[in-house]
Design a protein around this ligand. Structure first.
Ligand code: AHR
Length: 494
């Protein structure tokens, strides 16, 4: 029996709710069809936003949404997306499928979407192909309440009050699609651009995010912090469980058709984020010993081949129990690093990469990853507790993957939320959970489990869904439980 120890006396950090954030780009069918169908659509909508999707995201407690990209952000010219829709300029979305972008979803529509979901806004500005003036005017347009050319333009377009922009990203992947820059060049540009991201409103101090590294590029983190660390609130990190490069090793890149070996390769790649985060934090601790700058993982998730027959530039993939395990273990890792990680945004909300919702015309389904986010919402804004679980490794390989990966937090009312992932494809896990200085009195538990390749389809939407978990007893003040293989289980402990 594995030992699971939770220490309510060891209060480590606040788990910022924005760790459970999302990302929506003008890519494939994420915005158009997925979130926005337009006012004249036959699909039930409020001001053009799909009601079924908005309601699902609300129920999942989506706290913050990043927009408009991604690579698209550094090609986006915000003035093309305001004013009378029929007069809006059209462009080619060169990054994503070469389709025509008609700009019918722009700044006003994004804030309408956020207000319907009830979430905060994270806007990503254009450094790669934009100007300082363009970025500066966008901030003025969105956040200035007084009289100015941009606030007047906003009023002319029907919005009197400024909106609240909680986070602003100064460029995206500027080491790649955002301009192919060196860290030194970007860091100096960042200093310049961010100067004009003004705080127009005392109540809206904008949190500035600099473009950070791709995966294990520790040099990028080091240089950008050295040159511009004192001018930012957060530094972003992108890490994908992207298996496409492994095809040559015989790895299946299909989101649904894969062998047990492929399952473990994906989980090991996902688990690598623990090491990557820790090493970036080590670099940050040297350059920023006061720990002023937060780490923002604003793109993460699985990346497989697109569903057969779909546009390769649309990145539409199915989502199985394997994705749910990736989500569960990653969110546990984020919780554990919540002293430095203040926001994370899974890529992407609807119909793209590791989506929580898939749509097909008027049909909509919730993916296994959705259920993980909904289950973990109980951690939002809680206090991370010290916790530890003993565990064997799972799967055969040279690179170890723990079978059990957990995190635990305390809610304001004193309840303890513990989430435990069993990564094994076939082994159950017997655990004994003890809470220090407390005899457990009452427990409610929930689980998501299945075969590694199980997923939901538009005709069978409930193949994978959460269920009450009852396979436990309370004995001598401890919880003794047996976790199913390939499962994520949440305990709410009183
Ligand atoms: O999420 C898809 C793409 O992945 C984003 O546009 C880009 O930032 C990253 O490379």
């Amino acid at each position: 029996m594995e030992k699971y120890l939770i220490n309510p006396n060891q209060k480590i950090s606040k788990i910022n709710k924005d760790i459970y954030g999302h990302f929506s780009e003008h890519l494939g069918r994420c915005i158009y069809e997925g979130l926005y169908v337009g006012e004249n659509s036959e699909i039930d909508n409020v001001n053009g936003m799909r009601s079924d999707v908005v309601n699902a995201l609300k129920e999942m407690k989506l706290p913050v949404l990043r927009w408009p990209g991604g690579c698209f952000a550094d090609e986006y010219h915000w003035k093309d997306g305001i004013g009378e829709k029929s007069a809006r300029k059209k462009m080619i979305n060169t990054h994503w499928g070469g389709v025509v972008e008609d700009n019918s979803f722009g700044t006003h529509e994004f804030f309408e979407l956020c207000s319907q979901i009830g979430c905060d806004a994270y806007i990503n500005g254009n450094v790669g192909s934009g100007t300082v003036q363009e970025m500066s005017e966008w901030v003025e347009y969105m956040t200035f309440g007084g009289l100015s050319p941009m606030s007047e333009l906003r009023r002319k377009n029907g919005r009197e009050e400024p909106w609240r922009v909680k986070y602003f990203g100064v460029g995206n992947e500027n080491w790649g699609c955002g301009g192919n820059m060196t860290p030194e060049f970007y860091a100096n540009l960042y200093r310049r651009f961010q100067t004009y991201v003004r705080d127009y409103d005392r109540d809206n101090r904008i949190y500035r995010i600099a473009c950070g590294p791709n995966a294990s590029d520790y040099n990028w983190t080091d240089k950008v912090l050295q040159i511009a660390g004192n001018k930012m609130n957060g530094l972003s990190l992108h890490y994908y469980t992207d298996m496409r490069g492994r095809r040559k090793d015989g790895f299946s890149c299909s989101a649904t058709e894969f062998a047990t070996q492929d399952y473990y390769e994906v989980l090991k790649s996902a688990y690598r984020i623990e090491e990557i985060i820790s090493r970036h934090i080590d670099v940050m601790n040297v350059r920023d010993p006061q720990r002023r700058v937060d780490l923002i993982v604003d793109e993460w998730g699985t990346w497989f081949d697109v569903e057969p027959g779909t546009n390769p530039g649309f990145l539409y993939q199915q989502n199985t129990m394997r994705d749910a395990i990736v989500a569960g273990l990653t969110l546990n890792i984020f919780n554990k690093h919540s002293d430095r990680i203040k926001m994370a945004n899974i890529a992407q909300t609807v119909n793209v990469l590791q989506a929580v919702v898939l749509t097909d015309g008027e049909k909509m389904l919730l993916t296994p990853t959705y259920h993980i986010f909904k289950m973990y919402a109980d951690h939002q804004n809680n206090t991370l507790l010290g916790s530890y679980i003993t565990t064997p490794d799972a799967g055969e390989s040279t690179r170890p993957l723990p079978q059990l990966i957990e995190s635990a937090s305390m809610a304001e009312d004193g309840k303890i939320i513990a989430t435990v992932v069993n990564t094994s494809d076939c082994e159950k896990a017997a655990i004994s959970c003890q809470v220090a200085d407390r005899a457990v009195k009452q427990v409610k538990a929930q689980t998501l489990c299945g075969k590694i390749g199980d997923y939901n389809t538009f005709d069978s939407k409930e193949n994978v869904k959460t269920a009450e978990f009852t396979d436990f007893v309370i004995k001598n003040g401890c919880i003794e439980a047996t976790l199913s293989p390939c499962s994520v289980t949440k305990f709410v402990i009183e």
